[in-house]
Each structure stands twice: as C-alpha cells, then as structure tokens.
Design a protein around this ligand. Structure first.
Ligand SMILES: Nc1ncnc2c1ncn2[C@@H]1O[C@H](COP(=O)(O)OP(=O)(O)OP(=O)(O)O)[C@@H](O)[C@H]1O
Ligand SMILES: [Mg+2]
Length: 498
C-alpha cells in the first residue's frame, strides 16, 4: 500500500504511485457511474491513513463506511491483486470516526451561525442580492450589539428585531425593507424543515478532531454520512465549503510538507458548482488554492471533469480518470476536454482510452519529481484492503460508541445568545408597556374620581367624604402596587428562568 512515502495506486506499464509530498497539490477522481470511483477514493484514503495522514470524506451512498471493517478478500479483489502482481495483498481495516449533520449515523457536526457567516448562509438559503444585503446588515447589527448568533432561533430573533426597528436601523446601516426580512425568514423556515436546525448550534466542531491519528500513528478517516444530507444539496455543498474555509483559517502555514496534514475528499463535487454565482466559484478557487500551503489536499470526486470550473480544475494536479461514455455530442466534447487535461502518452490516444476503460481501470497522472505531471498511464487500480460496501448499523453503533470523540459532541449546549437576549428584551419591553398602560388607567380612574368629587363640592365641603377618600386612595394604591410589582418584575426578569 505504501512504498517509500508513496501510495501505491495500481499498475499501468509500470507501478503508479501518488507521492505523499505532492498529495497536497490536490486531485480529481472522475468517471461514469459504476466505473470504480468509490473504490479509487477508498484506496487513496486507505493509503493516507496508513501513512498517518487523517482523511475527511463525505459518504454519499454509505459504501465508504466499509473502510472501517476488515476486507473480505472478495473474488474481484483477489483477482485484481493477482492481475497486477500484488503478492502481499491482505485485507485490513482502518480507524474511522463517523459524523452526521443530523446526528443519527455519527457524531453530530455543528457549527454556529456566526461562524458560518452571511456569505455562505446566503448561499445555503438561496438568497438574492437584496436579501443577502439584509443578512449582512443583520450580522453587522448583531456584532455591534454584542448579540451571539449560535443557532437558527438566534438568527430568527435577530431578524424580528431588525424588522421591528427597520427605520432606525436603515438610517445607520442602510436600507432594510421589512418585506425583505420576511423573505429571509421564509428561507430560514425551509432550511429548518430540511433539518438545518440540527446543524446550527453548539458544541461546534473543532478542526483538531478531524486531524486525529491513532497511538500507532495511523490517520483517522472521518466519514460524514451524506446520504440524507444529499436531499439538501445546498446544505451539503455549503457545509463542505465551510469546513474547507475553516481548515484554511485555523491551520498554520506549512509550505510544502513531507505529507499532507489532512486530505479532504469532496464527493458529488458538481453540487458545489451547480448554478453557483461567480462570487462563490471565486471563493472556492481561492480557498482551494490557499489551503494547499496549510498542508491540506483536496480531492474532488465527480462524474465528469467538466462539472468543475476551469479555474478550480487547473489546480487539481493528481488525476484518476475512470471511463466516460461518449454517445452524444455533448458527452464526446466532455471526453475531449477530459483528455486534454492529461500529459499525453505516445503509446495510446487519451481520448479513445477514456471511453474504452474497463471497471476499476483508470487513466492516472500524478505529480512526480519537481512537481511535473507524469505521462498518463492506463492503470489497473489496486483492490481496496478494507471492506467494499457499507458496514452494518450495529458495527456503526459500536464504532461510534468507542470513537475518540465519543461524548464530546453528542448533546446540544444552548448558551445565552441572541434568541435569549432579544427574547428577554422583548419581554421587558412588553412589561414596560403593560406597566405604563396600567399606570395610565389608574391615573385616569383617579382623575374620574376627583372630577366626581369636585362635581359634588359646591353643595358640600371640599373635604372628601369617607367613600371618596377611599376610592382615591384605592386607585393610588392600585397604581403604586402595580408600580412596585412591575419594578420587581423588571428586576426579577434580569435573572433567567422565570
Ligand atoms: N480497482 C478495481 N478492481 C476491480 N474491480 C473494481 C475496482 N474498482 C471497482 N471495481 C468493481 O466495480 C464495482 C463498482 O465500483 P464503485 O462502487 O467504486 O463504482 P463507482 O464509480 O463509485 O459507482 P457509483 O457512480 O455508482 O458510485 C465494485 O463493486 C467492483 O466490483
Ligand atoms: Mg461511488
């Protein structure tokens, strides 16, 4: 699996390796369905783990989870091992940590609204420019007023506050139309229905927990359950993008390390770019470019290289291209584009080869000495050592219970944040209003009583009758009692949980 700091990938006319020192120069695995992409991803992940490099990968169909279970030396695995002269082929299993945004098939992964920030949030919510503008203002307002934005209810409370104070806020921060705030609220509701409320909150994921190694020096493979998540493709894509940018922001610069500090596999990568605005594509391009010097390798997995914008594609140096179909003119064009990205091999036509590759066979080109791309080789990919296909629910449960982060993220922490603070503020405002209303009523009643007393005055002394005195003092005492009660209420309101 590992030979001199290189991961063995398979055999063309020669053995093909991925050099660990160039593994942070990113990569791409492509091919039509059923051509062997997931197995290729798995053998890379296995190699990295064995080399002590932690891996993060989204598991779209649940089949990558097999990496955590001992391989079963299936027929095709044994045959492929023989075919490529892999005499020391032995099944193995790899250390894995399971994660799940919904907290069902792995440890919950959460982040806070503040950490996600308005740009990515706008993208998740599919906001237009005006709506995004309002969201920006909301974040600014929250910052200026020390409001913590942790979960979706914080953001909702903040938006209510913004709508309630639209006029004053507009003068300081720029125009806020309440109708726009309403539209953002509705988008939030959709996200909530998609399960977004599981994802926003604390305890937020710490990057260090994705970068663990075992005591015997193997890299943990973090597997994000993404089958359910794929129902909300935007949430999926944005979450992974957020994770990448977190890696970039939190990790120190390392230049070109001997091996990556983390390798990140982005499966179904086309989802990130499907009708993505240019600003977002630029951001992806930038993050991918910059994260390299933090020692993070990013590998995109998708059916066709044309799914990925050229500026991003140009940065993916290590390539595994499985077979593509070429029936329609559009498919033929895609094959041509895919072929052009390889350094040609005089022995065959890259373009033809792409359509002729068998299952588990791929065109491979990686960075070699001095970072030069290797001549493309038509390669039989080695069989995975771990299990192919999903592990059972029981196996998963056992692995989750015994994982190094067991208990760390499993329950939600709900600190005082915008929702609580603004809720308290609104409650106090309401109490204040009620207090003033009751005072006004009491005063009006007192005035009524005085008027009545004055009406009777000409016939009687200016002194109040015992009844009148009782009425007046009753109203006053009501007022003052209400007053005290309210004061107590306000002070009492400052402590939570009433
Ligand atoms: N390196 C390999 N050598 C031999 N057979 C392979 C190899 N890789 C994959 N196969 C065969 O192809 C099957 C499908 O592989 P895999 O699941 O990796 O395809 P895929 O491209 O990920 O498919 P999908 O697009 O449906 O996710 C495997 O179960 C195995 O039988
Ligand atoms: Mg697959």
């Amino acid at each position: 699996m590992l030979v001199d700091d290189k991961i063995f990938l398979g055999t063309s006319t020669r053995p093909e390796y991925l050099a660990l020192k160039y593994a942070n120069r990113h990569g791409l695995i492509t091919g039509a369905t059923g051509t062997g992409k997931t197995v290729s991803l798995q053998i890379l992940a296995e190699g990295f783990s064995a080399a002590g490099v932690p891996v993060f990968a989204a598991d779209i169909k649940g089949d990558l989870s097999g990496i955590a279970a001992m391989g079963k030396a299936l027929d095709w695995q044994v045959k492929r091992a023989e075919q490529i002269g892999l005499t020391d082929y032995v099944p193995a299993k790899f250390p894995a940590i399971f994660w799940d945004l919904f907290g069902r098939q792995g440890h919950p992964v959460r982040t806070t609204i503040s950490e996600m920030g308005p740009l990515l949030l706008s993208r998740i919510l599919d906001l237009n420019d005006t709506q995004e503008g309002v969201l920006n203002i909301a974040f600014k307002y929250a910052d200026d007023n020390g409001l913590l934005l942790l979960d979706l209810k914080d953001l909702r409370a903040l938006l209510v506050e913004i709508a309630d104070n639209a006029q004053t806020i507009s003068t300081t921060y720029g125009n806020v139309a309440t109708a726009t705030v309403g539209a953002v609220q509705r988008a939030l509701l959709v996200l909530e229905q998609q399960g977004g409320d599981n994802f926003f909150g604390e305890r937020a994921l710490e990057i260090a927990d994705l970068m663990r190694t075992t005591t015997d020096g193997r890299g943990y493979v973090s597997i994000l359950a993404a089958d359910e998540l794929m129902q909300s493709p935007r949430l999926y894509a944005t979450f992974l993008l957020w994770l990448l940018s977190e890696l970039f922001e939190e990790l120190p610069e390392v230049g070109d390390p001997d091996k990556p500090r983390l390798v990140f596999f982005f499966d179904e990568a086309h989802l990130l770019f499907d009708d993505a605005p240019k600003a977002l594509v630029d951001k992806v391009e930038q993050v991918v470019k910059l994260v390299r010097s933090k020692g993070v390798g990013v590998y995109f997995v998708t059916q066709n290289p044309v799914d990925i914008p050229e500026t991003v594609l140009a940065q993916l140096a290590n390539r595994v291209q499985h077979a593509l179909r070429a029936y329609t003119p559009r498919e033929q064009k895609a094959v041509r584009v895919a072929a052009e990205t390889f350094r040609p091999n005089p022995a065959f036509s890259t373009e033809e080869a792409i359509t002729q590759l068998g299952i588990g066979e791929a065109l491979v080109s990686v960075l070699e000495d001095k970072g030069v791309p290797s001549i493309v080789g038509r390669t039989f990919i080695r069989p995975s050592a771990g299990q192919v296909g999903p592990i059972s629910a029981e196996e998963r449960r056992a692995l989750i219970a015994n994982s190094p982060v067991a208990g760390l993220y499993d329950s939600v922490v709900d600190r005082d944040s915008a929702f609580e603070v603004l809720g308290e503020k609104a409650r106090r405002r309401q109490e204040q209003d009620a207090h003033e209303r009751r005072l006004a009523e009491a005063e009006a009643a007192a005035r009524e009583a005085e008027k009545a007393a004055r009406r009777d005055a000409p016939r009687r002394s200016t002194r109040q009758t015992p009844t009148e005195a009782a009425v007046t003092s009753f109203t006053r005492s009501v007022a003052s009692r209400l007053g005290t009660a309210l004061v107590r209420g306000i002070l009492g309101g400052l402590t939570r949980g009433r």
